[in-house]
Design a protein around this ligand. Structure first.
Ligand code: AMP
Length: 399
């Protein structure tokens, strides 16, 4: 599949201090090369570039996203593959927030750039660096079409009853406050792959997809479409995450402002960067938390219980949303690798038709971890956001 005529897409995920890239065969999903540029803006940037089994690392100054793009081009020129011979058909960019109007993957024009900028207030940490990546790529790859793939797009099908906050509607409308969700590209990929695994058509699959990485979200998928998701206006809402609270009484914000005299930025930092597993257990890496639990650490035990309990509540809620559930699907760093989290999340759900097979739960890769007689299947499906972005990108340029 990965022959000379393969359509390759350069997939770019630009964050504030890092830029991930991958050259992906849009048909097979095979990655020709992957790379990560870290510490953008700091004096000693780090470029990691992998081709096949060969991994290369080097320190270079990367003052901004333009320099990151130059460092990436240099890595390709020196370490391969030769991009001129890779049949690169487009650059696909991950963009976190599309807002109310950018609900489909789209060819980037000056108007689209302005529209992405216009919704930056809804994702102030993400959209500006996404745009910096787009602008830098446009300079470097002037001959290639640039496509934006939005993390919110899969959730465009949320019905109003799921997307609407019970907030003064004058305020909500004026400030475009609603639930947009996130991780959509991953949920979309995993939902299709899970349907394939179940042997049913994607547009008939009813699924609860649990993307559990450093960020975490649950999505209820009805007939292949997102009908509810746990992240809201921003990625702060929903599940307990590596460093985010997930669901919390918004009055905690008023309380901290009034009684502790904290300002909004301080509270934002606490809730987004110092809470979740980090705040509860002292580490945002689930491997550390599980090891600490095994060593008898009570703080870590409570953290893991809170994490799994929140998951269980969402599984229950989304079962009610869907009525019929074909499968619960785990994905991303924790979902794919942590048997204790999967077992903890599903504990006691036999009455809802969810029966975990403990031996299968220890396996790796794409695997069914429910018992053969479980009315609801439980699957682990590794996510592949880059492939999904590549597919969406080719879809846009060939439409
Ligand atoms: P992601 O955001 O999908 O890259 O996931 C990153 C997170 O996955 C890390 O912060 C870890 O907490 C978690 N993780 C990765 N490997 C394992 C593992 N073997 N067991 C538990 N958690 C893991």
């Amino acid at each position: 599949m990965n022959g000379p005529t393969a359509q390759h897409v350069l997939v770019i995920n630009a964050g504030s201090s890092s830029l991930k890239y991958q050259v992906v065969d849009a048909t097979s999903g095979a990655a020709l090369a992957t790379g990560l540029i870290e510490r953008i803006g700091e004096p000693n940037g780090l470029v990691s570039h992998a081709v096949g089994d060969a991994e290369h690392e080097r320190e270079v100054a990367v003052p901004d996203h333009g320099a990151a793009m130059a460092a990436m081009s240099e890595a390709f020129a020196e370490l391969g593959p030769d991009l001129a011979e890779a049949n690169l058909v487009a650059v696909g960019h991950r963009v976190v927030q599309g807002g109310p109007d950018l609900t489909e993957s789209v060819l980037i024009t000056p108007e689209v750039e302005t529209a992405i900028e216009d919704v930056s207030d809804l994702a102030p940490l993400h959209n500006p660096p996404n745009l910096a990546g787009i602008r830098a790529a446009r300079e470097t790859f002037a001959d290639l079409p640039q496509v934006a793939v939005f993390d919110t797009a899969f959730h465009r099908t949320l019905p109003a009853r799921a997307a609407t906050y019970a907030l003064d509607q004058e305020v909500a409308t004026k400030h475009r406050i609603r639930r947009y969700g996130a991780h959509g590209t991953s949920h979309q990929y995993v939902a299709r792959a899970a349907a394939h695994e179940l042997g049913i058509a994607p547009e008939q699959a009813n699924l609860i997809v649990l993307h559990l990485g450093n960020g975490a979200s649950a999505t209820a998928v009805a007939n292949g479409r997102s009908v509810d998701t746990s992240m809201g206006l921003t990625p702060l809402e929903g599940l307990v995450m590596g460093t985010r609270t997930g669901d919390i009484d918004p009055a905690v914000v008023f309380h901290l402002a009034r009684t502790a005299g904290m300002d909004i930025d301080e509270i934002d930092t606490i809730m987004n960067r110092r809470s979740g597993m980090l705040g509860l257990a002292g580490s945002n890496d689930m491997r550390d938390v599980v090891s600490a639990v095994e060593a008898g650490d009570e703080r870590a035990s409570l953290a893991l219980e809170v994490y799994c309990y929140r998951l269980r509540k969402y599984i229950g809620a989304y079962t009610a949303v869907l009525g019929r559930v074909d499968a619960v699907v785990f994905t991303a760093g924790i979902g794919e690798n942590s048997a204790p989290v999967r077992a903890g999340a599903l504990a006691g759900l036999e009455g809802m038709g969810i029966r975990l097979d403990p031996a299968a739960n220890e396996e790796r890769g794409t695997v069914r971890i429910s018992t053969p007689d479980s009315p609801v299947a439980v699957l682990v499906v590794p996510t592949n956001e880059e492939w999904e972005i590549a597919r969406e990108t080719v879809g846009v340029i060939t439409a």
